[in-house]
Design a protein. Structure first.
Length: 178
């Protein structure tokens, strides 16, 4: 099953930061849970960079159309640029993506959060399966590209999930049948 990591960011936001971050690491066999607290400062620049990246992504998407190749032209989908004039470029978009990754990792490497990162790296092995669940009330914080956290570079079998703070577990099929 693998390790489950809950990263609870609480009521935090880009503008105010996340003053009460709680990380819980649950072992695969259910034998134990470790817990570390920290905080994240305001990251308005990261938020604005992410919004800019999203805007450019949507702009580039609109300027590319997908169309099927004519019958007999072979299988597949061809990507065709429209003749729309745009100020967007793929190179700029890639640079924004690199900047976003860098800013996200700078934010997650602040002194008040580094103990959480350190704890995970000490407890996990490179071949461990890891499910990181980011719990945050602010949808903008949940929309950050958490998979770009350099922690994921060290754990290739890790995945990220997103959740609001308040939720009700889904009813399983077995319970629904009873």
């Amino acid at each position: 099953m693998g390790y489950r990591v809950l990263l609870k960011l609480g009521q935090g936001s880009w503008d105010a930061g996340c003053p009460n971050v709680l990380m819980q690491l649950h072992s695969p066999d259910g034998s134990g849970t470790s817990q570390v607290t920290g905080s994240l400062p305001a990251a308005t620049g990261l938020g604005l960079l992410h919004e800019r990246w999203q805007t450019n992504y949507l702009g580039l998407q609109r300027n590319l159309t997908l169309r099927r190749k004519p019958a007999g032209a072979g299988p597949g989908i061809e990507i065709d640029e429209e003749d729309n004039i745009t100020h967007l470029s793929i190179k700029e978009f890639e640079q924004l993506g690199n900047s976003l990754k860098k800013q996200l990792n700078l934010w997650l490497s602040v002194n008040s959060f580094v103990e959480i990162d350190r704890h995970l790296r000490m407890r996990l092995n490179i071949d461990d399966e890891v499910r990181l669940i980011v719990e945050a009330n602010d949808p903008k914080v949940r929309r950050l590209p958490w998979h770009l956290w350099n922690l994921f570079d060290a754990y290739p079998s890790a995945e990220v999930g997103l959740s609001a703070l308040d939720y009700v577990p889904p009813v399983t099929l077995a319970k629904a049948i009873r």
